[in-house]
Design a protein around this ligand. Structure first.
Ligand SMILES: [Zn+2]
Length: 113
């Protein structure tokens, strides 16, 4: 019987820790697990959506990764070709500036003109 009680309390502590990592009250869930049984509490905590935000899921936009849309002035990814806010077509910086011409092309231009 003592082993069962220890197992019960141990599982309740695990539930509390799991709840804490999911952004919920660890002590509250520990108490709940003690009262309604750790197994029920485990099912409940598994069914409830996690409140904790995954690390780095939505990094704050910075000038290193984002640029302002010329049309709506919202921050968008540098690599974006179409603004997700207004649908404005964007030209990536590399495409905006024409690539350096090869010697052959320059020679052709000089020869024709
Ligand atoms: Zn836009």
């Amino acid at each position: 019987m003592d082993v069962f009680v220890l197992f019960w309390i141990g599982l309740a502590i695990v539930i509390g820790m799991a709840a804490g990592s999911r952004g919920r009250s660890g002590f509250g869930w520990f108490l709940l697990a003690l009262v309604i049984s750790p197994l029920l509490a485990l099912i409940l905590i598994a069914l409830m959506p996690s409140l904790a935000r995954p690390a780095g899921a939505e990094a704050a936009p910075t000038t290193a990764t984002h640029v302002k849309c010329p049309d709506c002035a919202e921050l968008i990814l540098k690599e974006a070709r179409v603004c997700k806010h207004c649908g404005c077509k964007l030209t990536p910086p590399s495409a905006a500036t024409p690539a350096a011409k090869t010697f052959r092309e320059r020679f052709a231009d000089w020869w024709v003109s």
